[in-house]
Design a protein around this ligand. Structure first.
Ligand SMILES: C=CC1=C(C)c2cc3[nH]c(cc4nc(cc5[nH]c(cc1n2)c(C)c5CCC(=O)O)C(CCC(=O)O)=C4C)c(C)c3C=C
Ligand SMILES: [Fe+2]
Ligand SMILES: [Fe+2]
Length: 340
């Protein structure tokens, strides 16, 4: 018996390769309920909060989610892209996706992006890519340094979706690129050019990484070590002495001890030590977001100047800059080897 397959059936579709960029996520809007929905999903992830569920649930639902969405919503409002009515993180991730798609179009590669928390969800995008004929998909978590709280949970979410598919695409995950020579070169050039464009000469360049509880490091998360290695390699690439660059950790959350030195405390203490001109960048972020634009570029500057600092500059993330996209394309092409 012969049967005709529908024209969009995967058997007769052209087989394509897909690249799925994965980032953290962001609320859909700055109002209380949008921020609450996003934070609830984020802070219910056991890869992010390891406190046992029975203990964490009342803390999250009765305490944190009653006050934090309001506070975070105000912070988001200060950085929101008013023209597009959109979160900068989503605007930039979308621009990165478009730019990479253009670069890989000649190779017939489909590029899309998804968020671990919020929209567009990883499941919906994986299903869309599969429907478009992607039978091989590269997952690229957009975190230069590996952490279970970011890289692993981004991949987990993709595998959760694959778990329910009868016919799965073949999947690869890209490793963290914290020491990739192209990443170091592009990051180093962005620092050199960013500093050269300033109206002052910074005495210190601070690489401020997103923090995490010290406990996670003790349990074996390599993030802390990869952050230090990125900064050392970039400093060596620039040929700068050790005292010209420093590592700090930002965005402390909750009462436990986080990785130190803390960015906020450091910025308050530096002027007392005679360091009054600084430039700060955030190499753990592939796109500028609330943690860089509000916390570092705005709040960090205010506290440094209040503590007696004279000059402060924030050097942006690589975002969708041509050099930043060269770096992402290099990583992607290497990981696609054998598929292209
Ligand atoms: C509570 C623990 C948290 C850990 C551990 C953590 C790790 C981590 N996060 C990023 C990147 C981003 N985090 C962002 C926001 C954000 N992060 C936490 C908490 C932890 N992060 C919270 C509660 C929030 C929400 C904002 C707030 O309420 O303060 C973002 C920005 C999202 C945006 O919308 O702009 C990014 C990106 C990394 C790299 C990391 C690694 C250790
Ligand atoms: Fe975070
Ligand atoms: Fe370490």
């Amino acid at each position: 018996m012969s049967r005709t397959l529908p024209p969009d059936h995967p058997f007769i579709q052209e087989q394509k390769i897909g690249v799925l960029l994965l980032n953290l996520g962001t609320p859909d809007a700055t109002d209380y309920w949008s921020v609450r929905r996003y934070l609830k999903e984020f802070l219910s992830d056991p890869r992010v909060i390891e406190t046992p569920k029975w203990l964490w649930w009342p803390i999250l639902n009765l305490a944190i989610l009653s006050v934090r969405p309001q506070k975070a919503g105000h912070a988001y409002a200060t950085i929101w892209d008013k023209e597009r009515n959109e979160s900068p993180l989503r605007v930039i991730t979308e621009a990165q996706t478009r730019a990479l798609a253009e670069r890989l179009a000649g190779d017939g590669v489909v590029v899309d992006y998804a968020m671990r928390y919020g929209n567009p969800s990883t499941r919906s995008v994986l299903e869309r890519m599969q429907a478009a004929g992607c039978q091989r998909i590269l997952l690229l978590p957009l975190y230069p340094q590996y952490s279970a709280t970011t890289t692993a949970t981004a991949n987990d979410k993709a595998f959760d979706a694959l778990k329910t598919m009868r016919w799965q695409p073949a999947v690869r995950t890209a490793p963290a690129y914290f020491e990739d020579p192209k990443y170091i070169e592009v990051l180093g050039n962005s620092i050199r050019d960013g500093v050269a464009a300033l109206p002052f000469e910074p005495e210190l360049v601070i690489t401020s990484y997103h923090g995490m509880p010290v406990d996670y490091l003790k349990k074996g998360d390599p993030y802390h070590c990869q952050c230090y290695k990125t900064t050392r390699l970039v400093r060596e690439y620039l040929g700068w002495p050790e005292e010209r660059m420093m590592v700090t950790f930002q965005s402390r959350f909750g009462p436990t001890e986080w990785l130190q030195p803390y960015t906020d405390k450091t910025l308050e203490e530096l002027p007392k030590k005679g360091i009054k001109k600084v430039a700060v960048l955030a190499p753990a972020f592939s796109a500028d977001c609330i943690e860089t634009l509000e916390e570092i570029a705005m709040a960090g500057k205010e506290s440094f100047l209040e503590a007696g600092g004279e000059d402060y500059a924030y050097i942006p993330c690589l975002n969708d800059s041509p050099a930043g996209m060269d770096m992402i394309e290099t990583v992607v092409r290497r990981e696609l080897a054998g598929w292209l």
